[in-house]
Design a binder for this molecule. Sequence first.
Ligand code: ATP
Length: 626
Amino acid sequence: MEQFLLDNAERYKNLVAKFRPVASGPKASDSTTATPEIVVCSRLRPMLEDELAQGFPVGVYLRGNTNTVDLHELKQPVRGLPRITSSDYTVDRAFGPDATTAEIYDSLIHPLVPWAWGGGVATMFAFGQTYSGKTYTVSFLERQVAETLMDGSLSGERNIYISIIELAGQTAYDLLNARRQISILEDSFGVTQMAGALEHQVTNKESLLDYIEAAASLRRTAPTMKNDSSSRSHAICRIRFENHALPSSKDGLLYMVDLAGSEAARDKAIHDVSRMKEAREINTSLSVLKDCIRGRALADADSFAGKSGKKPAYIPFRQSTLTKTLKHVFDPASGRSCKTVVVACVNPCLADIGASKNTLRYAEMLRVVMPKTKPAEYHPGVPATWNNEQLRSWIQTNSGDPAINPTPLAPTETGPQLLRLPMPEFLSRCLQTPDVSAEQAQAFQAKLWKLHVDSQRAANRASASASSSKASNNSGSGKPGSGGRLEMLDSSADPEPGSAEVPFQQRIRPGMVVGWKPSAAGGYESFSVGGKAYAMVMCPREVVGERVRDVRGEQVNGKDTTGSSVGGEGKGETGEAYLCAMVAPALLPGSYGISPWRQVVVRVEEMEAEVLMEWDEATRYYYMTV
Ligand SMILES: Nc1ncnc2c1ncn2[C@@H]1O[C@H](COP(=O)(O)OP(=O)(O)OP(=O)(O)O)[C@@H](O)[C@H]1O
């Protein structure tokens, strides 16, 4: 085959020079748009000296100033002279042989760093056939990331940890611990753990680069015909960012993944059975990766197109060790804000055209394009329709007291963009307004999300009732507020109109949630966090029987065994104290659980304020609202 290409190199070049792309009708790109969170780019490396010396022509070209790549194969028909067969592939960004890795970094990878720094999950994958420039590209990008992380341009303080592992088939190794074998496990909370892998804290650029360099030298390598240092394993570099200012928030994660090279067809002849098995495993994991990347892109697109009620797309991340390790990136249930950049590395040499075609086809398949729709008309109750100005004005009037300054919170973002922001970044931006507390910031974030989710549900309900006459008959009671009251009962807000005018102490009722400060006299000090605690009112203390005991096992009402009266400082005044259920932070950031069987007695004078809590069906926790 190679000889056929060399013999016909001149004819091939002439045919390519005459090639004109077929003028097609309106292009698909005119009516579609890629999902914003996943960018797929291609990078054509230059021809290398050995390829040029052998006389192979270029087989893959960037089409002018576009994001389309043309690929020309040379075919021998049954009769007649060899002909070229051309195909083209469109990606979100195409880089030609003259583009530097620095250009790729500046336009696509650099924005991932503040995203992960701010608490999001950012991932960069490089894939392509053996010898296409993956390691060349990733190693430069890793160095640039180290530069950005340590040049002081990112605001705030973070603890930075690095771990680098290698996946070869089903087996995982720690590249920062002498290739010790580790396990990829999912814990009981559904979080993937790299059990046994060491994580190293880094405080400067040099130590970060040293770890990256040490791992690179340990990558398992085996000679292939094309590339003596060919990587036959996936390498995952994970940088984790811990934000001390927001201890309950999830850590930001930046993954840089150098995927194993898919074997070029012409290498296969001389490879033994185990190498072929290895190649099959690599191809399987790349196939699962494609399904996961597409699945996540579709899930995100549905969520922001108001189709959250739809059956979620199946994302098979448990089907390969690679995708299981990167569960955070693919599992929409993890609730993480993710950004992903895929770099498809392409060897332009005509001798490797088959593998290049597979790479470009794969890259095209990773893209999820959606029909372009007109920007949605502004609606004050639908954050997904707000432009920056409308969003800012909503922040100003709905963020509590003191009002959160919209300038640091949403300098340029629209409603949908702010909703996509990683939660820790959202909170950090809120906290830039003087006197805004972490609780207020969290409550405000929950308020925005509640509005978004409610507006989606309302839109889903509207479209469901429009398509079902039965539904519309049922809803025809003529009382628009009848469903509203039911929904209100998912919140601890007082359903009585005008209740906000009355001080909360005068309208205490079962189900009201209060913030309180346990006093030393009450004996509940150890149940508070930073002197603060929350409780849900159950009933006045004096109505409970003598056998009722609180969370400490103390009698709540009546005489204790020594004969002295308990509660309310022994005076037994009515209405002064309430038996309450403890409300404590739960597993998810910003979430709370109510424990009906952990009871405390809260005196009205210890109560500081009413706190509004809302039940969230999806996570099954309560969240505070402003
Ligand atoms: N953009 C580029 N400019 C110049 N040389 C490049 C470029 N990209 C790759 N190369 C060269 O191409 C060769 C192959 O690159 P590299 O080792 O990165 O390939 P790879 O895809 O990682 O291969 P494998 O999967 O086998 O590890 C190297 O000699 C590298 O220096």
